[in-house]
Design a protein. Structure first.
Length: 129
């Protein structure tokens, strides 16, 4: 399973990458700290899963997820954020975000979700389905 991480925290990003790569079948194919770089790289690297923070150095996670509409095959979108208010969750739902996790409380749930995704036949070996 090809995972792309969009996270601007220099402290959190390496830990997330390590956790993700500890999941059998998962590999982090890229990492970006801003929306523009993420949008280009997710398309180029054909990520199957995109873990996206909402607040970025430039742009935001909503910009990143909106760009998926232009892709032939959109990655599974996961928001991992500190911005967990009801209006933000509602905006994410309207945008079609597949999963929404709170950085402070839901890391374990994120790992469980990624483990389940990695076990899917269409995610094995970076296949396109």
């Amino acid at each position: 399973m090809r995972v792309f991480l969009v996270e601007d925290s220099r402290i959190l990003a390496p830990h997330l990458i390590e956790m993700i790569e500890g999941i059998p079948g998962a590999i982090v194919v890229g990492h970006a700290v801003d929306a523009r770089t993420a949008i280009e790289a997710i398309a180029r690297l054909r990520a199957q899963v995109a873990i996206v923070d909402i607040s970025l150095r430039a742009g935001n996670g909503f910009d990143v997820v909106k760009s998926f509409a232009r892709l032939d095959r959109a990655p599974v979108s996961i928001f991992l954020t500190n911005y967990v208010s009801a209006p933000v969750r509602a905006a994410a739902t309207r945008l079609g975000v597949d999963h929404f996790f709170d950085k402070a409380r839901d890391i374990d749930r994120l790992i469980v979700t990624l483990t389940e995704l990695a076990a899917r036949p269409d995610m094995r070996n970076g296949s396109d389905g």
